[in-house]
Design a binder for this molecule. Sequence first.
Ligand code: ADQ
Length: 470
Amino acid sequence: MSRLVVISNRIADPRKPAAGGLAVALGETLNQTGGLWFGWSGTVTEDGLPGEGTLHTRQAGNVTLATVDLCREDHDSYYYGYSNSVLWPVFHYRLDLADFNAGYIAGYRRVNQMYARKLLPLLKDDDVIWVHDYHLIPLAAELRALGCRQKIGFFLHIPVPPPLIMAAIPQHEWLMRSFFAYDLVGLQSEADVAHFTRYLDQEASAQAVGPQRLRAFGATVQVGAFPIGIDVDEFARLAAAPEAMDTFHSMREEYSRRRLLLGIDRLDYSKGIPQRVRAFRELLSRYPENQHSATLVMIASPSRDSVNAYADLRTELEGLCGAINGDFGDLDWMPLRYIHRTVARKRVPGLCRAAAVGLVTPLRDGMNLVAKEYVAAQDPEDPGVLVLSRFAGAAEQMKEALLVNPYDTQGMADTIQTALQMPLPERQRRHQRLMENIREHDVHWWRKSYLSALEQAGEDDDRSHLARGS
Ligand code: ADQ
């Protein structure tokens, strides 16, 4: 079995449970193969030079963790700039929030080039390399330019926008060409594969040279949907642990006379948080029986505070939440509790289990793992109901959730009311189907199916080897 090398913006020690599902999933193969995990150290230096960074390596059991510091200028243009002010908004269809500052692209390329230079000497001939997410799209091209011949796969955790939205990025052609240095491009959903393929067809006259195998820019790439899942067993263990039980019981006690609705997100404009608050307000007006009996708890963890769009979102949300509590609240009932914090991972299952309705309402989302975690945390005998945006990648798999359009405030309020009133047998039936799907397509399935597709990619195709010069 080849050694697995994972590259992602942030890395985690896979031995620590707080690292979360992805680290656990990748950790398993990293451990088995004595693998390497490479990424940013999390440190921003004030005196470093652009394009330079100190490499740190340490062992975490069988796994080598290699990280690089970034200087302020690189971090601001690569991370806050191109990654999170260009790629993140555009890939989530938010051209209105994109900042096409011409200075950002140089930092993005510089950091990817520097990562390639730092990584190359650490590689072995038969390594399999797996690059993650939008921060690192050009990494394979930079590695290939330095002579790297190993198999390299890429997985995009965020959505792919339709071709004309992608084309708004001034460097869109360069960006899409960069994908062709990979052997396999993994996307979250079939909708993403369709957008990716259509862009290449329309903008680069791509030819299909096999099932999900495309030729353009003089090279060939395999593309496929690999919807990411959660670690159901790890989540079940967390759910049975004392911290989750404590959280569950204290929530049930505190809200014993109320129905609890729950939202857990990063505070991000893609997550549809203000839209959810508006729908909740509509629920209270249209269905006044919920006044004094329904409480919405929203936990939104701080995220990318230095990007303007995030500060604006925070202000908007604080205004909306304050208004709802002011207009509807009473001495003995506050309709909404908004908490701007990350909850400890071990508390998440207890919170989810205590909620009669899980509200996952992004305007656009690559997948959304909270939807899957909410389902996995439920008591099968008395499960809560998931209200899920049709614009989350998860909606392709989770058809038994109540699917909503988060732009439709009234429709969402009606659907939340349906969820609150759903009879037990229907809740059980939907939950059971959702659970079967989540279990079948868990994070281990995702990792195994991706890595076996990467192993196969291009094996029957001489041209891709020729393109790589091997
Ligand atoms: P995110 O947008 O960060 O990631 P999402 O899938 O919504 O991801 O959540 C990831 C994890 O963060 C979940 O395990 C969740 O429990 C946790 N989390 C979120 N908010 C939290 C809070 N306030 N407190 C504690 N924990 C919280 C990107 C894409 C997603 C995709 C993932 C994985 O944007 O679409 O699902 O990657 O591929």
